[in-house]
Design a protein around this ligand. Structure first.
Ligand SMILES: *Cc1c(COP(=O)(O)O)cnc(C)c1O
Length: 367
């Protein structure tokens, strides 16, 4: 079976390096908020092209902390997409703010500016832009959307590790970017980890305070924060894995290129190509098909695993039925959730695997 992720197939040198880093931390006797975290924060921030990185417990907390550090909370509205990981919306709710869902552009599955414009009210304080599947797109338009209105741009970069548009990296376009290093992300730990990146020193300092019980100096708590620290073990592992990220992203690009040209089937639609190659890091390779569930079963029979991102749009979740949304509805999101399918696209795939996926997709016939 060609899997969606295959960590056991990773290069043995990578495992060796991670084990070595683990040993380094265990022997140091220092496990929380130490030099490993500092080093990884600095390296990741630099790669993102911003001055500050704040290591946190996970990607969802990175979003919540970004919102809270920007003083966005009760009474404030945050516009985002229903076509995302549930954590995106949950982070807004956890910050005490009100999520407002705008529809997607069906060609990319990214948030639609036209729909977002319809969602703006006096209470709108931020747009939480999700770089879905690894795509960074239309950033000039989003920046001008926010400009002059006081609306903050916050980026959910959980799927877009170092995706770059016009020389700018995901996380550097707005007030803050939130990264997740969940194991299956393009850069992943062996558990939960995340980081907030920002060019704003005050915001970074506030985030550091919030992740650590709202503590400013030892035993002084000017704020009611949370416990969301990146630990030394994960920071050390991530530093090692980071050395492989460029190579792994390059392999994702090769797979995507082969899929885009190789998949030729009238029953299958592809999403738009990125504005430039570097602006998509192919965390997921997504196609759409009207008979999606039949296609998924067909692929499974031919040894190809696939997943759906996402089968239930946020406003159809039992906990979110009354969520605020574009008055014109979220039809493109609903259609996308019924038709989208993510094909295996990970760095451990062999050329034969890629061909097997393409052949299986091309063999699909609608009765
Ligand atoms: C994974 C993911 C998150 C949540 O990250 P965690 O580290 O699991 O909390 C948020 N947003 C998106 C788009 C994601 O893919």
């Amino acid at each position: 079976m060609i899997l969606m992720n295959d960590f056991k197939a990773e290069p043995p040198e990578l495992l060796e390096a991670v084990l070595f880093a683990t040993r380094r931390v265990l022997e140091s006797g220092w496990y929380v908020l130490g030099n490993e975290v500092l080093a990884f924060e600095q390296e990741w921030a630099q790669l993102c092209g911003v001055a500050y990185g704040v290591g946190v417990g996970n990607g969802m907390d990175a979003i919540e902390i970004a919102l809270r550090a920007l003083d966005i909370g009760p009474g404030d509205e945050v516009i985002t997409t229903p076509m995302t990981a549930f954590a995106t919306v949950l982070a807004i709710v956890r910050a005490g703010a009100t999520p407002v869902l705008a529809d997607i552009d069906p060609r990319t599955a990214l948030l639609s500016i036209d729909s977002a414009v319809r969602c703006v009210t006096q209470r709108t304080k931020a747009v939480l832009l999700v770089h879905l599947y690894g795509q960074v797109r239309s950033m000039v338009a989003w920046q001008s959307f926010c400009e002059g209105t006081g609306i903050k741009l916050i980026e959910d970069c959980a799927q877009a590790h170092l995706a770059t548009l016009n020389g700018k990296v995901a996380g550097s376009f707005g007030a803050a970017g939130a990264y997740s290093f969940y194991p299956t992300k393009n850069l992943g730990a062996a558990g939960d980890a995340g980081m907030l990146v920002t060019g704003d020193e005050l915001l970074a300092n506030r985030a550091k305070c919030l992740r650590n019980y709202g503590q400013s100096v030892r035993y002084q708590h000017p704020e009611l924060g949370m416990n969301s620290r990146l630990d030394e073990l994960h920071a050390a592992m991530l530093s090692e894995r980071l050395k492989w990220l460029q190579k792994f992203t390059c392999r994702r690009h090769q797979i995507a290129t082969l899929y885009r040209s190789g998949i030729q089937n009238v029953a299958i639609r592809q999403l738009d190509s990125p504005e430039e190659d570097s602006a998509h890091v192919y965390h997921l390779y997504v196609i759409t098909c009207d008979q999606r569930d039949v296609l998924q079963a067909h692929l499974y029979e031919r040894g190809v695993q696939s997943l759906i991102h996402y089968p239930v749009p946020v406003h159809h979740q039992a906990s979110c039925r009354d969520i605020k949304r574009d008055a014109m509805g979220l039809h493109a999101s609903e259609l996308h959730s019924d038709t989208c399918l993510s094909l295996p696209c990970h760095p451990q795939m062999t050329d034969a695997d890629i061909m097997q996926v393409i052949d299986a997709v091309n063999l699909f016939r609608v009765d």
